[in-house]
Design a protein around this ligand. Sequence first.
Ligand SMILES: [Zn+2]
Length: 224
Amino acid sequence: MAEQHDEALLLRRIPYSESSLICHFFTKKHGKISLMARGARRLKSPFRSALSPLYDLHIHWQEGRTGMGQLRSIQRDQCLLNEADALLGLELLANIQHLFQESDEHAFQMVHEALFCISERGGKEGLCMGVWLCLKYTGCLGELFHCWHCGQETMGNMLWKADQLACLKCATTGLPVSIGLRKSMHAIFQHTHVHLNQADLKTWQAIIGLLLQEHRIKVSESFL
Ligand SMILES: [Zn+2]
């Protein structure tokens, strides 16, 4: 059975049997993969310290004949976020990991870009930007200045309902999304000096929460 190696980012560790773990990774060339890390929960396992999320990892594995491949070795390189932002990074991974298809070759790069938003901006603003980038990449978002129902350009207030941004002709209920907020959401990706005020940031978090829930993704506290 073929041996493989790749750059990887750890997404999840799920306990398996008494001593092993099933690990989900985003990889640079192999998309999203799951591997069995035998003995990884034993105190002396070399996998224990290396299997950390938010690190650049280099993994070697053996492909399975029928089922899951087996992790053979793992090298941990640099950490992608500083300690103060680590929780936000984990929150980002928890929210976005189910957005990507298994075979998506660009997911690895996208998640790095999303984590970079956190390291550059910090706080909930960076988290929102990171999740938004992934939502955009995975085709969940339309344009901020056009109604997603009728396509009409709308420079006034709009409403967010479920996973859609709609003009006031197409929707009568929903979360109000002002033109100011939409301009800020657009500008924040273009200019590093742009920041959202607290009220706008809360609305953005709520929009992301509604959108993820429409995709049946269990959202974290920031987006509830
Ligand atoms: Zn409309």
